[in-house]
Design a protein around this ligand. Structure first.
Ligand SMILES: C[S@@+](CC[C@H](N)C(=O)[O-])C[C@H]1O[C@@H](n2cnc3c(N)ncnc32)[C@H](O)[C@@H]1O
Length: 226
């Protein structure tokens, strides 16, 4: 059982049409509703009002959930993959009452400019493990956050072994298409450990954010900028 002492990076962008379509069609109900639960906890019952940034938005399921529960939020949703944004556009088309508050941005981190100077919330789900230079995520949090900005980043964490990764794939995506199972396995191997994420935050001057393991495969980075 080879130990996974180092990550094995995967391509950053999910650009293949079949890959994006399989991801968009997959059932992420448990992870995505957990993300919204963590957001509720972070907000402590207060409504979100103002611009929200979603980094690596993919098919925009989380954007739609946030837009639905926070009518005062305007969401800027960024992804570098046109194939993923096509899936997002289709999904927004089915929810025209929310789509007006979700603006899709085709861009790749690191970015120089965004539509808002600062955001009330910077959020991201399942982006960090894609990044070859994870500092670009934390730099974006710092540049486009300000005092009081909330930060919520959820991602996979790297299991101890390839066998543990394969077992997670069987448990959580055993019924999903081959392309999705392969992506999930590769993502687990590309993911960071909680200790590695803590080191990234320390390097970025973001040690005020808390890192917690929140499921058998997810870690959460949450907090508020001082
Ligand atoms: C696993 S998907 C997660 C999508 C979505 N956040 C979700 O939870 O369903 C990761 C997304 O991040 C995008 N991505 C990866 N690296 C990126 C980068 N450097 N800049 C912008 N988007 C990136 C990929 O194209 C992909 O759509």
């Amino acid at each position: 059982m080879p130990p996974l002492t180092e990550r094995i990076p995967e391509p950053e962008l999910m650009e293949a049409a079949d890959q994006a379509a399989a991801y968009a069609a997959a059932d992420f109900e448990s992870a995505n509703s957990a993300f919204i639960g963590h957001l509720d906890t972070l907000l402590g019952g207060r409504p979100l009002v103002g611009p929200v940034l979603d980094l690596g938005c993919g098919p925009a399921d989380i954007c739609l959930r946030v837009a639905r529960s926070h009518p005062g939020a305007d969401i800027h949703a960024l992804d570098g993959s046109e194939a993923m944004l096509a899936c997002a556009r289709e999904r927004l088309g089915a929810a025209p009452e929310l789509a007006g508050r979700i603006r899709l941005l085709h861009d790749t981190l690191p970015v120089e400019m965004l539509p808002a100077r600062h955001y009330e919330l910077v959020m991201s789900n399942s982006l960090l493990h894609h990044l070859h230079q994870p500092a670009v995520l934390w730099d974006t949090v710092r540049r486009f956050g300000r005092s009081g900005t909330r930060v919520l980043v959820m991602d996979l964490f790297r299991p101890d072994s390839t066998e543990a990764a394969a077992a997670l794939v069987r448990t959580w995506s055993g019924d999903e298409p081959e392309v999705l199972q392969r992506d999930f396995y590769n993502s687990l191997l590309a993911a960071f450990t909680p200790a590695e994420v803590e080191a990234q935050l320390a390097g970025a001057g973001l040690s005020m954010l808390e890192v917690r393991v929140v499921s058998d495969r997810h870690l959460l980075v949450a907090g508020q900028l001082p």
